[in-house]
Write a protein that binds this ligand. Sequence first.
Ligand code: ADP
Ligand code: MG
Length: 147
Amino acid sequence: PLEPWCIGGPVIKGFGRGSKVLGIPTANLSPEGYSAILSEHPAGVYFGWAGLSGRGVYKMVMSIGWNPFFNNTEKTIEPWLLHDFNEDFYGEELHLVVVGYIRPEATFSSLEALIAKIHEDRKIAERALELPQYLKYKDDPYLKSSL
Ligand code: ADP
Ligand code: MG
């Protein structure tokens, strides 16, 4: 099993690929300063806990992927917080504790197939995070340190 790892910073603007339109907003974090930790983890889909400053701790499912606009040492970090927010929270401090890995990055033949897969990932994350081995990290001080 994977050792939990932590990553955090202010929520930055992504490339607006329409994830919100798809109903899948992702709160992007800058990979700056995390090249070592990111190079240790393959591109793919992960799950864990997200502490959003002044708000709370939420389940999250996250894509770590190559950023085609930069060189191959930079990956994008895009967690989807599994909670309904009434507004955007760009610039707010977000701390992640990543506890599990779901699957490698993949390509899809259609947008529908991609969306369906992400919802499958979400269900896997939601269920897994109820298991004691993952639930215990909800109390990780790193998440609270941003509240
Ligand atoms: P961007 O390309 O700028 O990341 P997105 O379409 O991915 O745009 O939307 C992400 C933004 O939506 C986040 O930065 C955050 O401010 C907001 N947001 C609202 N609800 C959520 C959520 N449940 N999970 C992640 N981000 C959310
Ligand atoms: Mg995003």
